[in-house]
Design a protein around this ligand. Sequence first.
Ligand SMILES: *Cc1c(COP(=O)(O)O)cnc(C)c1O
Length: 315
Amino acid sequence: NIIAFTNGFHGVSLGSLALTGNQKFREAAGVNLSDVHHAAYAGYFGDDVDTISMLDKLLTDRSSGIDLPAAIIVECVQGEGGLNTASISWLKRLSMLCAEHDILLIVDDIQAGCGRTGSFFSFERAGIHPDIVTLSKSLSGYGLPMALVLMKPKLDAWKPGQHNGTFRGNNLAFVTATKAIRHFWADDSFQQDIQQKGELVKRHLTQMVAQYPQAELSHRGRGLMQGIVFSDPAWADEVTSKAFEMGLIIETSGSLSEVVKLLPPLTIETENLEKGLTILSKAIDAVVKSHTPKTASSFNVKSAQAAQSTREFNA
Ligand SMILES: *Cc1c(COP(=O)(O)O)cnc(C)c1O
């Protein structure tokens, strides 16, 4: 038994789908997805509900009906799940809970890793040491297929090449990944650069949120995976289409596709990043305006002016 979290996304092979929360993806399996229990992620029931205490209670109570799992798998920032973020203290307490109950902690760093949230691993800020870490997506540094599972050596029960496949072990990707790690992660300048760009994105996004109170937008995410949550998911979709018309490819995430998610290349120049943010801001502006009814006051001003001109005409 493994415990995964609400809104978690872990891939589309059967084992990964069992861990994934999203119904659309789960339905594609066509078979039962079992051996996984889903627990509430950080903030799932709002800020006031402590989901680590809830999980602790379920694991401690011998009659909760939840079997003690072999492992708990978590994303520090939920990429596909809508950019929900776990706080440092939540991650620390999750790690402690795992240690107390003798459960392995797996961090799925496929999307949030490789520098995306500002440090190479997304869990570094929390100072925790997961037993297993998954990496993929931008790992090769060159857009080539490559994935890794890191594990503490004592957990490595596999024989060499035991879990294999025809195209695994992509040599070119190994070369580019090595080069990328040596080039970008030799010192902390790249890391600082990502953090600065993350701050820039945050400034712009919080400003967009503040600019349209009537649209009830909110900001989420960390580093170079941030986004804007739309209270009406249809608006998020319209924003991405509008942005596309203006030359920007941007996608949505979240269970209702309600979050417009920025996932720019980590190496993007500040100028290009600002250009993209400007397009996004224009797209939001256009969508919000297209949905805003003429307010009563501006209507009244116009009709008052019309009445005035009618009087002048009559006179
Ligand atoms: C994309 C993604 C996966 C799936 O990775 P694959 O290498 O395609 O299996 C798993 N977890 C997260 C968090 C992802 O974003």
